[in-house]
Design a protein around this ligand. Structure first.
Ligand code: HEM
Length: 207
C-alpha cells in the first residue's frame, strides 16, 4: 500500500491557487486606497490609475474563483457534528501544551468555519466592490455604507488569511503538500483527520 492518500484533485488545487494569487493581487493593488500610508504600493502597478484597474479585474477573478472553491467544498463543510462541537469547545487544542486527539473528518471545525466565512465574505466583498465600482449609479448613503463594509471585510479577511497561511505551513508541517501535490502522507492524515482517514482507507492505522 502506498505512503500517500489523495486529498485534493487538480481542479481543486488550481482553483485554490487562483483564489490565492488573485487575493494577493487585490491586497497589493487595493491597499493604497485603504490608507494614504500605503499609497507607495501603487507604484508596483505603475501608478494609482492602473492599480485601480488591476484591482477591478483581480476582483472579478477572485469573486468567481472563490465562489467556485466554496461551492466545491460546500458539501464537506456545511455540517458540524459532535466532534466538531468538541473542537470548538477546546479551540482545536491550540492553546494546550499537550493537545488531545480530535476525531476530525476531512476538514476540522475551524477549517469549516473558515471556509464558510470565506464564502459569505466573498459575496459581501463582491457586492460592495461592485457598488464602489459604479458609485454614481447608487444613492450616496449606500455608497458610504458599502465603502465602510468593503474596508471592514478586507481587515477581517486578511486576518483570517494570515492565520490560515500560518496553520497550513509552519503551524502544521506536511499540510502544504496537499495543495501542491494533491496527496498527503498517511501518517499526516491519520494524525490530523482520523475520521476522514478511516473513510477513505477503511483503516484505523496507517500501514
Ligand atoms: C499563501 C497563502 C495560502 C496558503 C499557504 C494556503 C494553503 C492551504 C492549504 C495547504 C490548504 C489545505 C489544507 C488541508 O489540507 O487541510 C488550504 C485550504 C484552503 N484554503 Fe488556502 N492557502 C492560502 C491562501 C488562501 C486564500 C487567500 C484563501 C481564500 C481567500 C484560501 C482558502 C482556502 C480554503 C477555503 C481551503 C479549504 C478549507 C481549509 O483547509 O481551511 N487559502 N489552503
Amino acid at each position: 500500500m502506498g505512503k500517500y492518500v489523495e486529498r485534493f484533485n487538480t481542479k481543486e488545487r488550481v482553483l485554490h491557487w487562483f483564489v490565492t494569487v488573485s487575493f494577493l493581487t487585490l491586497v497589493l493593488s487595493g491597499i493604497g486606497l485603504f490608507s494614504r500610508l500605503f499609497q507607495g504600493y501603487f507604484d508596483l502597478f505603475g501608478g494609482g490609475v492602473s492599480a485601480i484597474l488591476v484591482h477591478k479585474y483581480a476582483g472579478v477573478t477572485f469573486v468567481i474563483a472563490s465562489l467556485l472553491l466554496f461551492l466545491n467544498h460546500y458539501k464537506e463543510m456545511n455540517f458540524f457534528d459532535e466532534d466538531d462541537r468538541h473542537w470548538f469547545r477546546i479551540l482545536g487544542g491550540y492553546l494546550d501544551r499537550n493537545p488531545e486527539h480530535i476525531n476530525s473528518g476531512k476538514f476540522n471545525a475551524g477549517q469549516k468555519g473558515y471556509g464558510i466565512f470565506m464564502g459569505v465574505a466573498t459575496i459581501l466583498l463582491g457586492v460592495t466592490g461592485f457598488i464602489n465600482w459604479f458609485p454614481l449609479s447608487f444613492p450616496i448613503g449606500i455608497v458610504r455604507v458599502s465603502l465602510l463594509l468593503h474596508g471592514l471585510m478586507f481587515i477581517l479577511f486578511i486576518m483570517f488569511v494570515i492565520v490560515h497561511a500560518y496553520l497550513t505551513t509552519i503551524g502544521n508541517p506536511g499540510t502544504l503538500e496537499s495543495m501542491i501535490y494533491g496527496n498527503v502522507q498517511r501518517i499526516w492524515a491519520k494524525k490530523h483527520h482520523p475520521k476522514w482517514y478511516k473513510e477513505v482507507t477503511g483503516q484505523e492505522k496507517p500501514t
